[in-house]
Design a protein around this ligand. Structure first.
Ligand code: NAP
Length: 478
């Protein structure tokens, strides 16, 4: 590489700043830029000595400083700010240059931007970057999508250098055309929502069902992290639960307002599942649980009005503690099965040719949902790339079989105790619904035919049928 800046990065908030430092730590010369120059100045003052970093105030100077073809990364707020940045940069670029949006864009926006940027002869890549602040600095999981040739030629060596590595394999692979990278990042975030909701429900049941104290719950998560549940989110759950609030001396979790916020990727995942017709109950319940949590004042009022069992504090339900680990693992399998089924459906609908095993591979390190069992998902798709549902892979089918008795006990006890467990119970309902050769939808079809003449199909012969419900009662083939 020449000493000219090889990568231009704009957007020096948390993610961009750490990504720029990560690049510089790998001796990749980076020209940095930010809308507000004071942020650029502070960045250079704080980190300029860490590696080949140079700063530019104007977009024109920043772009012209780069070696050709140019490689530019935008790490700004998703939505309108990303459009504003693209609009600002494009007039300064030449055909053949490569512009990468590393923010959390909606994949439909990425598809649109890909088309419009291509009109200028510029290659556009939408790359999902996961791992938060720490990942961006020390090795994220990167999900790049867009034009493959420029990716392989110019971007791959850079991304593979800065990505997390697991067993010598970088947590980065070309995902697919146009919006595929941002799509996979969206589903990754959706799965993260479901994982976090399952963790929150486990905490609630350990505390108010089994009567454990917060430090004991922290210890329980630590123990789970030594098991098949080993994952980053379980590990940090133990850390958050072990933290004491210095001002009050109480567990920090007791002084944090119980209203979860969200930035939209979980909602997008659920919306897209509805559009595709993919049952995505775990992630969707997790989004709804956050919205319900945000209705704090309504909940406080309802707590004094609506009847039901009060959350318990009595100790001693050892079975529940033990059962929860199994229920958590089984429900987690279901939410990943649903997320992977959604990616398969999107790949089919968009013609992306997603390699699902490769997605599991690049999520093994760097990202927020990194977990031991992603290796098993990788193996499952390696053995059968056309696997209809992850739950059908031998390893997972057996794990679900082993977990199902405790899983059912947890869901039943939660309902009896009045402790909401939407992710646990919807996962179990999905599992039971999926393994049901014949379900009750025949009645729904009958009802639809009665009130709307929507017709139904029969199990014994082809065709669409309608009953003359208000006439002679005869069945007619339509
Ligand atoms: P952010 O808070 O999402 O965005 C702040 C950055 O955007 C600042 O550099 C800001 O510049 C710039 N910006 C905002 N509006 C702009 C505009 N109209 N024109 C030009 N620049 C504008 O920062 P972040 O948390 O570091 O995230 C960056 C991207 O990565 C986002 O798309 C985010 O969704 C994604 N992401 C974030 C995380 C995370 O953990 N934070 C993880 C994965 C992905 P000024 O300094 O001038 O305001």
């Amino acid at each position: 590489m020449t000493s000219e800046p090889h990568v231009g990065l704009t957007g020096l908030a948390t993610m961009g700043a750490n990504l720029a430092r990560n690049l510089a730590h790998h001796a990749i010369p980076v020209a940095v830029h930010n809308r507000t120059f004071s942020r650029t100045e502070k960045f250079i003052a704080d980190y300029g000595s860490e590696g080949p970093l140079s700063a530019y105030e104007s977009t024109a100077d920043w772009v012209s400083a780069l070696s050709r073809p140019r490689l530019l990364i935008s790490m700004v707020q998703a939505g309108a700010p990303t459009d504003a940045v693209i609009e600002e940069i494009i007039p300064h670029l030449d055909p053949g240059d490569i512009l990468i949006d590393g923010g959390n864009a909606n994949f439909r926006d990425t598809q649109r931007r890909h088309r419009s940027v291509a009109q200028h002869g510029v290659h556009f890549l939408g790359a999902g970057v996961s791992g938060g602040e720490e990942g961006a600095l020390n090795g994220p999981s990167i999900m790049p999508g867009g034009d493959r040739d420029p990716y392989e030629r110019a971007v791959r060596p850079v991304f593979e250098a800065i990505a997390a590595q697991v067993d010598g394999t970088p947590c980065c692979t070309y995902v697919g055309p146009d919006g595929a990278g941002h799509y996979v990042k969206m589903v990754h975030n959706g799965i993260e929502y479901a994982d976090m909701q399952l963790i929150a429900e486990s905490y609630d049941l350990l505390r108010h069902g089994a009567g454990l104290e917060v430090p004991e719950i922290a210890a329980c998560f630590e123990q789970w992290n030594q098991s098949e549940l080993e994952s980053f989110l379980i590990e940090i759950s133990a850390r958050v639960l072990a933290k004491t609030d210095e001002a009050s001396g109480q567990p920090l979790v007791d002084v944090i307002l119980d209203a979860a916020e969200q930035k939209g990727t979980g909602r997008w995942t659920a919306q897209n599942a509805l559009e595709l017709g993919v049952p995505l109950t775990g992630i969707t319940e997790a989004v709804f649980a956050r919205t319900l949590s945000a209705l704090k004042s309504e909940r406080v009022a309802a707590a004094g009005r609506l009847a039901g069992p009060a959350p318990g504090t009595s100790r001693g339900d050892e079975t529940l503690v033990d059962d929860l680990g199994h229920a958590l693992y089984a429900s987690k399998i279901v939410s990943y099965a649903q997320g992977f089924a959604q990616m398969a459906a999107a790949s089919q609908a968009e013609g992306w040719g997603l390699d699902l095993g490769a997605m599991a591979t690049i999520w093994r390190g760097g990202c927020i949902i990194r977990a031991r069992f992603l290796d098993r998902i990788r193996e499952a798709y390696g053995a059968d790339p056309a696997l209809a549902n992850l739950m059908l892979a031998e390893f997972f089918a057996q794990a679900l079989e082993r977990a199902q008795d405790p899983w059912r006990r947890v869901v039943a006890k939660a309902a009896e105790m009045g402790i909401p467990a939407p992710a646990f119970s919807s996962s179990l309902a999905y599992y039971d619904g999926y393994r049901r050769a014949r379900g009750p939808a025949s009645l729904i079809q009958g009802l639809r035919d009665l009130f709307g003449a929507h017709t139904y199909r029969r199990i014994d012969r082809e065709g669409a049928f309608h009953i003359s419900w208000s006439g002679d009662g005869a069945e007619n083939e339509i």
